[in-house]
Design a protein around this ligand. Structure first.
Ligand SMILES: Nc1ncnc2c1ncn2[C@@H]1O[C@H](COP(=O)(O)OP(=O)(O)O)[C@@H](O)[C@H]1O
Ligand SMILES: [Mg+2]
Length: 266
């Protein structure tokens, strides 16, 4: 019955290649000649200020936006080709979680496989319960999203992605709005899933602790351009002033940023 040929534990892993990707929305160029390589099975963190183009880049990898020029490949497949979604199991964990409030946790997780008739109810149950158990959420199956804490909602959102048996897992700001301990928990989950499932993981994050502790490699994007790519150690004390200021901003009451912004814009 199942149309999947791979399971997350035995599936293929894919790298992602972005080559000279430029994206314009009308007159505005949001991504400027972006190139990067995500290696199969690695945790790749993409960091950068708000509005720098991170989510737009993720959407190109997921095939939800098309390049103005350049290309994105997942393994040998063109991310812009709708047929790629039949070849590569890709799952997105969105910033807001996007759970349906009227559905129980179980039914939220079962929604996609039911709608796409991926397997029968017994198969769906197996997948859903396995995803919940990987995230220690079995007891939450019958709960509704309104009964969950913020951290649990994020875990459910990740569990929902696991039901798709992903070979490529894309997280957009998975620890935003979480307290530091919950943020650390999510970091541990991302690293554990990669270990258990050999899943290529792309994580957009502002969370310096997450990136420096679990990323194999990190890219910094600023104003639509890749500013630097390296391993975590390269970003502990970066020489680039803008990167240092982004990762570890110093609060300077003698020369506050909001006053500088005012001068720059007027
Ligand atoms: N569909 C769209 N149409 C027009 N502009 C967009 C669209 N999506 C994103 N943008 C713009 O592209 C820029 C980068 O957005 P985004 O990738 O969401 O930033 P972030 O790095 O915070 O995720 C922003 O200025 C945003 O307003
Ligand atoms: Mg974003």
């Amino acid at each position: 019955m199942s149309t999947f040929t791979a399971t997350p534990f035995a599936g293929k892993t894919y790298g992602v290649t972005v080559r000279n990707l430029t994206k314009k929305f009308g007159p505005v160029t949001v991504l400027k000649d972006v190139s990067l390589d995500v290696r199969p099975g690695e945790i790749f963190c993409l960091m950068g200020p708000s509005g720098s183009g991170k989510s737009v880049l993720l959407k190109h990898i997921a095939g939800l936006e098309l390049p103005t020029s350049g290309e994105v490949r997942i393994g040998d497949f063109d991310a812009a080709d709708p047929a790629t979604r039949d070849q590569v199991h890709l799952a997105l964990v969105f910033q807001a979680g996007a759970l349906f409030n009227s559905l129980s946790v179980y039914d939220n997780l079962a929604l996609y496989p039911r709608e796409h008739r991926l397997c029968n109810e017994a198969g769906i149950r197996e997948r859903v319960m396995r995803a919940l158990s990987i995230l220690s959420l079995e007891k939450a199956a019958k709960k509704f999203p309104s009964e969950l804490s913020g951290g649990m909602k994020k875990r459910v959102a990740i569990a929902r992605a696991l039901v798709m048996e992903p070979q490529l897992l894309i997280y957009d700001e998975p620890t935003s709005e979480l307290d530091p301990v919950m943020g650390a928990t999510i970091s541990e989950i991302i690293a554990t899933l990669r270990e258990q499932m050999a899943v290529t993981s792309i994580v957009v994050t502002h969370d310096r602790d997450l990136a420096l502790s679990i990323a194999d490699r990190i890219s910094i994007i600023m104003e639509g351009r890749i500013r630097a790519t390296g391993v975590a150690a390269d970003f502990r004390a970066p020489a680039d002033r803008d990167i240092a200021d982004f990762l570890s901003p110093v609060i300077d009451l003698k020369n506050p940023r909001f006053k500088q912004l005012e001068q720059n814009h007027e």
